[in-house]
Design a protein around this ligand. Structure first.
Ligand SMILES: Nc1ncnc2c1ncn2[C@@H]1O[C@H](COP(=O)(O)OP(=O)(O)O)[C@@H](O)[C@H]1O
Ligand SMILES: [Mg+2]
Length: 458
């Protein structure tokens, strides 16, 4: 923030002069106004960082000015200056969102401190906002395929609800980490901590104390008390990755904790209650784990109150062009390269490939190419060999825009697009028709042909 600007509103020239002298000496930029009208005009023209407002402005009332300022800018910071006996008006001012008030004659020392405090807080908030925007940008989820749009919709709904547990399922690299962070950033908990723990990374005993903490002396190595992640993430979000790897004893304990949000540290006697949202993730199919008896069914149902399934990339190839564009522009900046384009042959190879490593594999392939390419386009030359190797694949799933050498079925493509449009439009036929740039009647004809029109709708 450069020098902060303050608008001084007072009808007495001498008073304005004294205040201006002080404010300028403290390094602030000062503008002045002597009436309600000039004050509002000046606020509109300059949008100062703060207004120092006299309560009695000749015939005008400072309270009216305050009310009008609020209408121009609901977040305007206003400090009111009142003579003795005007305290009741000051109370009215606070109801109108007054920041602070000072009595006349002004105690300049106190005013200096109050202003400094106010501007430090503003600067801090701007930094936090900036930081948050940067982080939220990192958590940007790309994709317009029906599956990913549905997942994003659920994510936003869950973010808005208080503490529901969420289970993210999907192969490795499908975006589970990304979704868990986005969920946190979009929730009211965003200012609280976000902590991620990989349940597969630690042996059982260590994992228990990682999750719930331990008291000093709880075991031989416990030289000091240590808080667990459930406690550290209080007020925020705890991301438990690879939950399917949890051993039975810990599964039982986790279930109890999820039900009451109360636990004891290892070796502890005191109950600790926290407000932590748990987002669990698994790249194994937990339902299968339940069937084979490896995963407790009651824990599965508790975790999976809300489930989000992140589909593998090969099942949503339509997102490929968008993802490629997203990563290429991001990575070029990160790797300090010129903006790069993607050669058609590269997109062609991408649309044919199966992507067992999903979006992570795509990102890594692009990163590698961007580093190695000398030209302005990403050609297949530096792609990992498995991606460029021709796969004598059986049936190629329909891709929306990139026609590969092996061709595609126009009929299937049309069906896929119609289904996507209906899904995207939440079943609204008018909207879906618009997405496809056809008339609603033409859409209904196609739906009927595909057997997608319920008989009661015909
Ligand atoms: N829909 C998406 N849009 C943009 N980037 C994505 C998307 N899904 C995943 N990614 C990126 O792909 C990489 C792998 O995702 P990640 O969340 O770590 O997957 P997982 O936890 O499921 O293994 C990360 O760099 C992530 O930012
Ligand atoms: Mg992950």
């Amino acid at each position: 923030m450069s020098a902060a600007s303050i608008l001084v509103v007072d009808d007495e020239p001498l008073q304005r002069w004294a205040v201006r002298e002080h404010l300028q000496a403290w390094g602030y930029l000062v503008t002045e106004a002597d009436s309600a009208g000039t004050a509002l005009a000046s606020y509109r023209a300059q949008s100062p960082d703060l207004v120092l407002l006299d309560l009695r402005l000749g015939a005008d009332s400072g309270l009216d000015v305050l009310r009008d300022l609020r209408e121009i800018d609901p977040s305007a910071a206003v400090i009111m200056v009142t003579a003795h006996g005007d305290l009741e008006d000051a109370v009215g001012g606070f109801r109108l969102g007054l920041t602070d008030f000072f009595k006349k004659p002004l105690d300049f020392e106190a005013l200096q401190v109050a202003l400094k405090y106010r501007f430090d807080a503003m600067r801090l908030r701007q930094e936090v906002d900036h930081e948050r925007k940067a982080r939220a940008g990192d958590a940007e989820i790309v994709g317009t395929s029906p599956a990913i749009t549905a997942a994003i919709r659920v994510m936003h709904k869950v973010a808005a609800s208080e503490a529901t547990t969420v289970l993210l399922q999907g192969e490795s690299g499908t975006g589970k980490d990304l979704f868990s962070k986005a969920l946190h950033e979009h929730s009211a908990r965003r200012d609280g901590p976000f902590i991620a723990v990989n349940c597969a990374a630690l042996p059982d005993a260590l994992l228990e104390s990682e999750l719930f903490g331990h008291e000093r002396g709880a075991f031989t190595d416990a030289k000091a008390m240590k808080k667990g992640v459930f406690e550290l993430a209080d007020g925020g979000t705890l991301y438990l990755d690879e939950i399917g790897e949890l051993k039975p004893a810990l599964q039982a304990k986790l279930l109890r904790v999820l039900e009451t949000m109360t636990f004891r540290r290892v070796g502890g006697l005191r109950d600790i209650t926290v407000d932590t949202r748990v987002v669990a993730a698994s790249n194994r199919n937990l339902e299968q784990g339940v069937q084979s008896g490896e995963f407790r069914s009651d824990l599965y149902y508790r975790l999976g109150v809300i489930q989000v399934h992140l589909p593998p990339l090969r099942e949503r190839r339509d997102d490929l062009p968008l993802l490629v564009e997203h990563f290429v522009s991001r990575l070029a900046v990160k790797l300090r390269k010129r903006p790069m384009t993607v050669a058609p042959a590269t997109l062609e190879a991408f649309s044919r490939y199966d992507w067992p490593g999903n979006i992570r594999e795509l990102r890594n392939a692009l990163e590698r190419s961007i580093i190695l390419e000398d030209g302005d386009a990403i050609t297949p030359e530096y792609l990992p060999p498995q991606i460029t190797a021709p796969t004598p694949g059986p049936t190629k799933p329909v891709s929306a825009f990139v026609l590969s050498a092996s061709g595609t079925s126009l009929e299937k493509m049309e069906e896929s697009l119609v289904r996507q449009a209906i899904q995207m439009a939440d079943g609204n036929q008018t909207k879906a028709a618009k997405l496809l740039d056809i008339s609603r009647d033409a859409l209904r004809y196609k739906l009927k042909k595909l057997g997608l029109l319920g008989s009661e709708e015909e």
